[in-house]
Design a protein around this ligand. Structure first.
Ligand code: PLP
Length: 275
């Protein structure tokens, strides 16, 4: 386990974050999660691009250029000596006495490299149970903000009731999961929620759409309802952590045949080909 804070590689277990760090006090920052396969970070450029967009959206200037960020990340991966790692990094508005107003201090950059969390194989074999919840998040869900309180509460609530993920419904349409994007397959067409400020532009989501295009699979970025999802032939969630994970049930109702669908399995196989 390797850590990095404001210019130095550190021992994660000994690291102390200053009390007046704004990430710690306000959640005043943005983050990314990247996974490595055979020690290579997957889709790193895409993640770095989104990181920059998130930071710009909240008026934080990244303390490093893209090439510098890359070399810190690569060095962290090397130091950790892990093949399959989860690389987490965040930038915050810096360290300054608590005050809502932006301080005139440099931003803080933190990175950790840890073993990738494992998703149990049975989840891929049988699909996961999900619930639909009202979207109670803020209005800028396209920003990968550190503020994850609604997501944490919804995910815990889902798991406490025997589910894997909670899926947000907003204004009568499916938005995304607490930490995933949602796809539906209906009559051999792939559907996913369009990019608006209602959802995070998932890097995995984009890779799947690209794969579908290359494979000649028709895809539509169109909003759809809970009813459409429940009557799907197949459904799955996507994220850096879970890749492509079949949905077995939504609010207790079985989706399609109840087993992971052919299109879902094919897209997951092709996605793994990128790793
Ligand atoms: N939506 C939300 C709210 C997320 O937090 C995440 C990732 O954690 C995703 C979607 C999936 O994004 P990605 O594929 O870039 O991991």
């Amino acid at each position: 386990n390797i850590g990095f804070f404001n210019g130095e590689f550190i021992d994660i277990n000994k690291a102390v974050i200053p009390i007046d760090e704004r990430g710690h006090q306000f959640g005043d920052g943005v983050y990314e999660v990247v996974k490595t396969y055979h020690s290579v970070p997957l889709l790193l450029d895409e993640h770095l691009e989104r990181f920059e967009k998130s930071a710009t959206a909240i008026h934080i200037r990244l303390p490093y250029k893209k090439a510098e960020l890359k070399s810190i990340i690569v060095e962290g991966i090397e130091r950790a000596g892990l093949e399959n790692a989860e690389v987490y990094f965040q930038v915050t508005r810096g360290i300054a006495p608590r005050n809502h107003l932006f301080p005139d201090v440099p931003p803080s950059f933190t990175l950790t490299v840890k073993p990738a969390r494992k998703i149990a194989e049975r989840n891929y074999e049988s699909g996961v149970q999900t619930i639909i919840v009202e979207d109670d998040r803020w209005a800028k869900c396209h920003i990968k903000s550190l503020n994850l309180l609604p997501n944490i509460l919804a995910k815990q609530n889902a798991v406490n009731s025997g589910n894997f993920e909670a899926i947000y419904e907003k204004d009568g349409f499916i938005a995304e999961g607490t930490s995933s994007n949602v796809f539906v397959v209906k009559n051999a067409v792939l559907y996913t929620t369009p990019l608006t400020s209602n959802i995070l532009p998932g890097i995995t989501r984009e890779a799947i759409l690209q794969i579908a295009k290359e494979e000649g699979i028709e895809s539509k970025e169109e909003r759809f309802t809970k009813d459409f999802l429940m009557n799907a032939d197949e459904a799955f969630i996507s994220s850096t952590s879970v890749e492509v994970l079949p949905i077995r049930t939504v609010d207790g109702q079985i989706i399609g045949s109840g087993n992971p669908g052919e299109m879902t399995k094919k897209l997951h196989q092709l996605f793994k080909g990128l790793c």
